[in-house]
Write a new protein. Structure first.
Length: 198
């Protein structure tokens, strides 16, 4: 389970505002890439928090208000499908994380970034953490915030484009999604740089 070991090492070094960063939606065929930035206090109490991929949708929804209550700050950033096509999905995810951190109402002292790539143009030092959403509580919190936010976006988009079934699969490359694309073609929210046929 994730804990505050990474954060404490930086707090002990005098970096108080440690930002956990993660994103959701890189593998989707449609919709934005969404990232979250979360700053937790040393006494954060988040029972049950884990990597968002290990949690049910109901558990993630239940954890979101707890994270928002416990965190010192939460920021959201996203890149549109057009930006994903322009930048490629990796750099769009990086840009979404940069935007999430930039939306925080405080100056960060350090980024803890899920994965093995630093965020370009960061205003502070960074530490990358492979599988960070399973190790760092701040990154795990960011993974849940990003996932819930993105899922809600896809449910909203589904109301306008119900033929694709986004409320169910959230834009991921499922058989049903490919079948809808074959029947109806891509929507304005599909990523044209992705392979949209099986």
């Amino acid at each position: 389970m994730p804990d505050l070991s990474f954060e404490r090492r930086h707090w002990d070094a005098g970096r108080r505002m440690v930002v956990g960063l993660d994103e959701a939606g890189r593998g989707c065929l449609a919709g934005p890439v969404v990232a979250a930035a979360v700053v937790l206090p040393p006494d954060a109490h988040l029972p049950g928090l884990d990597d968002s991929k290990k949690l049910s949708a109901e558990a993630r929804e239940a954890l979101l208000p707890v994270i928002q209550r416990e965190a010192l700050a939460v920021g959201i950033g996203q890149c549109s499908p057009a930006e994903v096509d322009e930048l490629n999905v990796l750099w769009a995810a990086m840009e979404a994380m940069r935007r999430a951190a930039a939306s925080l109402p405080l100056a960060p002292d350090l980024f803890l970034v899920d994965g093995n790539r630093e965020v370009p143009g960061a205003p502070c030092p960074q530490e990358t953490v492979i599988k960070g959403d399973t190790l760092s509580l701040s990154i795990a919190a960011a993974s849940v915030v990003a996932k819930v936010t993105r899922d809600r976006i896809m449910v909203t988009l589904d109301a306008a484009f119900p033929v694709y079934g986004w409320a169910g699969h959230k834009g991921y490359p499922t058989a049903a999604h490919y079948a809808a694309l074959a029947a109806y073609g891509p929507s304005p929210h599909h990523r044209r740089s992705f392979r949209l046929t099986r």
